[in-house]
Write a protein of this length. Structure first.
Length: 598
């Protein structure tokens, strides 16, 4: 617009000020902002209303005999613990509706590139970050990725970097030997680069950033991979095509699913994740839109804005950010670039922990990193949904000790209720059943999705295998939940007193867990369970029975861990297709290649 202004009191000078009209769409133009805001208001209302109803009903129940410390503790614990299952429930419901109740699947960027054969015009670096991992095991996966891409016309657009932070001499020597042997017969060995840092400043995030600062100007995109990552060439090229078409997407990833495993624990765990993640992520993508999460691997990242806007150093003064991925997603969106998750399975894989002990170690690492977000939630200038993503990552772990404390206080609450002749037991049973249903909702929605999708049950090995595996997985998840809550609660108390853990190489392959090791690790769960069962039984033996879906895992922790890690049980499951995923029954060429080389 043009305005008149007096300058130095002498003359009027016409000045033209250009005022940009507010954008009506997200930066990449994939969603109308008004539509996204409407969706977010709907999700906010559904979640707040459900959560508030639970808290009010719990307050009415546990304060029915007057205000008590025990009753107030129960209500506070439910208030802290309920948000996670509530959002999981609504994400799963929305996702199931998106998949089967409407023609829109909220994965348009994926489907619009199907059949596109136009040549790629940009170069992409594929990175594998290592720290004291088994080099042969990890590089087998990176070699497989390269072989898959080399079969495609676009293969020469990709280069491969092995970024080592290892500090063990024997492993360093093996890394160097493995890469040298890989490069030797390659017709273009210059596209394979090995670099080892002295020290590991910034951990994995620092490793990736050092690459981007050193080599990033030669590439448009980078694709970070973990030591257990595997992707098909078709999946990678599809992501690149989408990012080429939409220059305002900064980070793009699809669903990452588990690879076939001989570990019973990993098989059951990834069967459940495979079912639950599709509906959950589809529902989440519907309202998160351009402010999606970032899982740190198997994702395409636009290098220029990453270098310019996603530096982590200084955000927490001298402290290193451990869970870097979600912070980088927040900063990328703040810079005006979208962070997107394609809620589809398209050839992106990872290994899952081989047993419950390794799973709990990984959970502790995530907990330690996510709790740092408490000091980052107030970052200026970030999108409201991005701020929520940080808050949600914290709340995911804050709810764990709340559920543990609720279980510990349960016998006292029951004792108080027994003294009331008019205590509303029906309301207690109703809210208990609803919370259990919400906790299981993503899994149940995943089962419904598989049933409603033509041919999907066959991909899981047929009706009998699918049904038995689904039942096993639900029981497994209930026991695992109880086992991990105690461990995480103890770890979070330790964090308050300065306890930390070192992020180092992970154990990728299982060799079983002895009874002695299981008892040494899980005696707190066992002790907690025995005391809890005795206390509940003294008050009401009947209540002990209906509490088992949430409390059985305490008493079963030791045999559960030993059984699911057993070198005999896992192969038995695999031979009979128990907890089998589609790649067990029809593995793609890339998975067959890794299996043959293992």
């Amino acid at each position: 617009m043009t305005i008149g202004a007096e300058h130095d009191g002498v003359s009027d000078i016409n000045r033209t000020i250009v005022v940009e009209a507010p954008s009506l769409t997200t930066p990449a133009g994939l969603d109308a902002i008004a539509t996204l805001n409407k969706r977010r208001r709907v999700v906010l209302f559904l979640n707040l209303a459900t959560w508030l109803l639970i808290v009010l009903v719990a307050g009415a129940i546990f304060m029915s005999g007057g205000w008590t410390v025990v009753g107030l503790t129960m209500v506070i614990c439910l208030a802290l613990g309920a948000p996670w299952p509530v959002l999981g429930f609504w994400n799963a419901v929305i996702g199931l509706w998106q998949l089967h109740g409407t023609k829109s699947t909220h994965a348009e960027p994926y489907y619009e590139t199907k059949g596109d054969q136009s040549p790629l015009t940009v170069n992409t670096a594929i990175l594998m970050t290592l720290r004291n991992e088994d080099p042969a095991r990890a590089l087998l996966r990176l070699k497989t990725v390269k072989a898959s891409l080399d079969l495609m016309a676009e293969g020469d657009r990709f280069s491969y970097f092995v970024l080592s932070d290892s500090d063990r001499d024997e492993i360093i020597q093996r890394e160097e030997a493995e890469v040298a042997a890989w490069k030797q017969p390659d017709p273009d060995p210059g596209r394979i680069v090995y670099r080892r840092r002295i020290g590991n400043a910034g951990f994995k995030a620092g490793n990736v950033r050092e690459f981007a600062l050193r080599w990033g100007s030669d590439y448009e995109f980078m694709l970070p991979l973990d030591a257990d990552s595997l992707m098909t060439g078709d999946a990678i090229v599809t992501l690149v095509r989408i990012m080429e078409k939409h220059p305002r997407i900064g980070i793009l990833q699809s669903l990452v699913v588990g690879t076939p495993s001989s570990s019973a624990f990993a098989r059951i765990f990834q069967f459940g994740m495979r079912l639950g993640m599709r509906t959950y992520t589809m529902g989440q993508a519907w309202w998160v839109g351009d402010c999606g999460p970032f899982w740190g691997h198997n994702a395409l990242v636009r290098i220029a804005p990453y270098v310019e806007h996603c530096a982590l150093k200084g955000l927490m003064k001298s402290e290193t950010i451990l869970s870097h991925d979600q912070v980088e997603a927040v900063l990328m969106r703040k810079a005006g670039y979208e962070v997107r998750v394609l809620p589809v399975e398209m050839g992106s894989y990872e290994d899952n922990p081989p047993d419950a002990l390794e799973f709990m170690r990984r959970d502790a690492r995530w907990c330690q990193g996510n709790m740092q977000y408490l000091r980052l939630i107030g970052m200026p200038g970030i999108e409201p949904v991005s701020r929520f993503q940080l808050f949600w990552a914290v709340l995911m772990f804050l709810g764990v000790p709340a559920w543990t404390l609720l279980a510990a206080v349960l016998p006292l609450a029951m004792l108080s209720a027994e003294r009331q002749s008019d205590f509303p037991w029906l309301a207690v049973e109703t809210i208990y059943g609803l919370l259990l249903l919400m906790h299981l909702a993503p899994k149940l929605a995943g089962i419904a999705d598989a049933i409603l999708t033509p041919g999907e049950i066959s991909r899981f090995g047929g009706r009998l295998r699918f049904a038995s595996s689904a039942i096993i997985e639900i029981l497994f998840s209930l026991v695992l939940g109880a086992v991990t809550t105690i461990r995480t609660s103890i770890f979070m108390v330790g964090l308050l007193f300065g306890r930390t853990i070192v992020w180092n190489g992970q154990r990728r392959d299982g060799g079983g867990v002895t009874w002695g090791d299981a008892i040494r690790w899980l005696w707190p769960q066992l002790l907690f369970g025995v005391l809890l069962y005795v206390a509940i039984a003294l008050v009401s033996p009947a209540a002990l029975l209906w509490s088992l879906p949430l409390t059985a895992g305490y008493g079963l922790a030791v045999p559960f861990v030993v059984f699911t890690a057993s070198p005999a049980v896992g192969p038995f499951f695999r031979r009979h297709g128990i907890a089998g995923i589609p790649e067990d029954f029809a593995p793609p060429a890339e998975i067959r290649s890794v299996q043959a080389g293992s």
